[in-house]
Design a protein around this ligand. Structure first.
Ligand SMILES: [Zn+2]
Length: 201
């Protein structure tokens, strides 16, 4: 049986993170069976997301203008910068209410096996921000994984002896876990109890 429209949707859905071929097919059949109005709203919603939401020019988090609402908020602690891997991590940390500073999103973590090197992350932008702004503390909240730890180490080396206090998310979150899936209480504690990076200059 040959249904190009169905196959195209299954291929597209299957290319999304966490969705395998079987789930993609199940979703496609669900869409076929459901109210056509829902399908229209779903496709419009995808387009609307791309039209209305972009990445903040400064921090790399989500924004509806050039600057996100966090970067534009002068009431936030301008001396404290939290470095995270993904825009979704900003949401997780904001949900805890524990952090009042600014963010910098790297858009990933160092992973030589996947071919992701320093030049693939927003490190140049981080360097420029640090150059222009007197931060007191750089809080590196990359995931407590091999890649996240390597990235934290790289950043602390990159900006060693520059007079910042470097801190790292504490061990409340299990090694190998991710910030995105940590429960709010655990994450809040990891932020409150953040520790100085031992090799920081
Ligand atoms: Zn921003």
């Amino acid at each position: 049986m040959h249904f190009p429209a169905l196959e195209q949707l299954v291929d597209l859905l299957g290319s999304l993170p966490g969705i395998g071929k079987k789930s993609a097919r199940r979703i496609a059949f669900h869409i076929l069976k459901s109210d056509p109005e829902n399908s229209r709203r779903l496709s419009e919603s995808v387009l609307r997301l791309r039209q209305e939401v972009r990445f903040c020019k400064q921090c790399g988090g989500l924004a509806e203008a050039d600057l996100c609402h966090i970067c534009s908020d002068t009431a936030r602690d301008q001396s404290l910068l939290c470095v995270v891997e993904e825009p979704s991590d900003v949401f997780s940390i904001e949900d805890t209410g524990e952090f009042q500073g600014l963010y910098h999103v790297l858009m990933g973590a160092l992973s030589p096996l996947d071919g992701i090197g320093p030049e693939d992350l927003r490190l140049k932008e981080l360097s420029e921000r640090i150059e222009q702004h007197p931060f007191r503390e750089i809080f590196v909240a990359t995931n407590p994984t091999l890649e996240g730890d390597a990235t934290a180490h790289y950043i602390s080396e990159m900006f060693a002896n520059r007079g910042f206090r470097f801190t790292r998310i504490s061990h409340g979150i299990a090694t190998g876990a991710s910030i995105e899936y940590a429960d709010r209480g655990t994450l809040a504690r990891s932020i409150r109890e953040r520790k100085a990076l031992s090799d920081a200059g």
